[in-house]
Design a protein around this ligand. Structure first.
Ligand code: SF4
Length: 62
């Protein structure tokens, strides 16, 4: 699985808090994915992050 973060991140910090192994803040101050592909054990955290993102910019691709 691959994490894609579309434009529009408001840097709220939810995804980096829910799954810090996969989400961090990049040089532009917005969230960026860390690992591609996402290791299996991080998939639940990524799904929770995607569901929780207030602006729904986290996309999960198989
Ligand atoms: S949860 Fe969404 S808005 Fe918040 S930091 Fe992550 S990608 Fe950005």
């Amino acid at each position: 699985m691959t994490v894609i973060i579309n434009d529009g991140c408001i840097s709220c910090g939810l995804c980096t808090e829910i799954c810090p192994e996969e989400f961090e803040f990049g040089p532009e101050g917005t969230a960026v994915p860390i690992q591609d592909p996402v290791p299996d054990d991080l998939i639940p955290g990524c799904e929770e992050a995607a569901d929780s993102c207030p602006v729904s910019v986290i996309e999960l691709e198989d």
